[in-house]
Design a protein around this ligand. Structure first.
Ligand SMILES: [Zn+2]
Length: 406
């Protein structure tokens, strides 16, 4: 054992992550494009899924395949524990966002000054690499594991969460059983125990088209929509401050898209906006939407000429709230402290797969190398040192896990 290893607290019953191995694995993952098919240049995750299967096979770790959509499957690697009972789940998504506008070579995996660059390096192939290498290192160590551990590499996190939804359905059906889940996303090795959810829906305003030389002969849907937008900003949004959550902050909404009108010389007969409302723990997305609907119907009744439809949500997602005193969170904190200083419990504004697992009854925490501010960027990168620390902490977590606490 070297001096540095002693400093890092490695001792009997611990394993050592090889920085060269984890760097290589992440470079290989980055080299395989897996842009979500919903985005420009989207090719899907099949290549990464093949890689995960090959890697697990080489390491002697059995896996199952969970078909989600044609050509898109979750891969679940499994290491057994010595004690019976539910396993720990490590989960990371395989898809990335598009590479449009990137100023680096997206699939090169270049390492420079301790940073590994590429699309997905940070979000979230870095976490996937850490989980793969942690599993492989545990397997090679031959040490007995107090708890079984599964690694679920899932599809479609960046668009419709169908991968984790399939996994959650299997959990709800009793086909899989977990005592806790670590969901890999770039948290800078902090523990994210709460995050927001969302509900997204369209509001349509219906006008009456006519010749634009005589604007008073019709009902201008765009001008009516202006009133709706002002109402959302001035009458709805100010109340959000009252709902401030200690970790995630207050709810928000954003009018994220607008379209309307048919021609330059026609009074617009229709206008549509997209509302992206972020929910906080404790809010039910469908109830939030219902609240919008009722208030806007009230506005409709009191505004001459206004006719609107609040469409049913096209996306809902749940907020996450896991107790900081849950054994999983406390033991993850202790494991991380062995390898990285000053890491804390945080809330996040973005959503993750964790809330879907929590909804299925699995206490979940979000954790991984890299900063969320570097995700989806033009020069995405992850610090190699954090990769190694993440894998070390995950391996340590599994090796010493006690379902009943510390
Ligand atoms: Zn992600």
């Amino acid at each position: 054992m070297t001096g540095m290893e002693k400093e890092r607290g490695l001792s009997m019953g611990q394993v050592e992550i090889d920085p060269a191995e984890i760097t290589r694995v992440l470079q290989e993952l980055v080299a395989i494009p897996s842009v979500n098919p919903a985005f420009e240049g989207g090719c899907g995750e099949a290549g990464v899924a093949e890689y995960v299967k090959r890697y697990l096979t080489e390491q002697g770790i059995p896996y199952t395949e969970q078909p989600v959509q044609p050509g898109r499957s979750n891969i679940i690697g499994m290491l057994p524990g010595t004690e019976p009972g539910p396993a720990l789940l490590l989960e990371a998504h395989m898809d990335t966002v598009q590479t449009t506008g990137m100023i680096i070579e997206p699939f090169a995996g270049t390492v420079m000054d301790g940073r590994l660059y590429g699309r997905g390096a940070c979000d979230t192939k870095g976490s996937l690499a850490a989980m793969l290498v942690a599993m492989a290192t545990l397997k090679r160590s031959g040490l007995p594991l107090p708890v079984g551990v599964h690694l679920a590499a899932v599809v479609d996190e960046e668009y419709r969460y169908t991968g984790v939804s399939r996994l959650a359905a299997a959990i709800s059906a009793g086909e899989l059983s977990y005592c806790g889940a670590v969901v890999g996303e770039p948290t800078g090795l902090h523990r994210v125990t709460a995050h927001k959810g969302c509900v997204r829906f369209y509001i349509d305003v219906h006008g009456k088209p006519g010749h634009s030389s005589e604007p008073d002969t019709g009902v201008n849907a765009i001008e009516q929509m202006a009133g709706v937008i002002r109402y959302l900003k001035e009458e709805i949004a100010p109340a959000y401050a009252l709902q401030k959550h200690p970790l995630t902050g207050a709810p928000t909404h954003c009018i994220s898209e607008i379209s309307g009108g048919a021609a330059p010389n026609t009074i617009p007969g229709s206008c549509r906006i997209t509302v992206d409302r972020r929910t906080v723990p404790g809010e039910e997305p469908l109830e939030v939407w219902q609240g919008f609907k009722e208030k806007l119907q009230e506005l409709e009744r009191h505004t001459p000429g206004l006719q609107l439809t609040v469409q049913k949500p096209f996306i809902i997602d749940y907020a996450l709230e896991t107790s900081g005193s849950h054994p999983l969170v406390r033991q993850l904190a202790a494991a991380v402290a062995q390898f990285a200083e000053g890491r804390q419990e945080y809330g996040a504004a973005y959503g993750t797969d964790a809330s879907k697992l929590a909804r299925a009854g699995v206490p979940a925490v979000v954790f991984g190398p890299g900063q969320i501010s570097l995700a989806h960027t033009e020069d995405e990168w992850v610090p190699v040192e954090e990769l190694v620390s993440a894998a070390s902490a995950l391996a340590g977590l599994v090796l010493h896990y006690r379902r009943d606490g510390m």
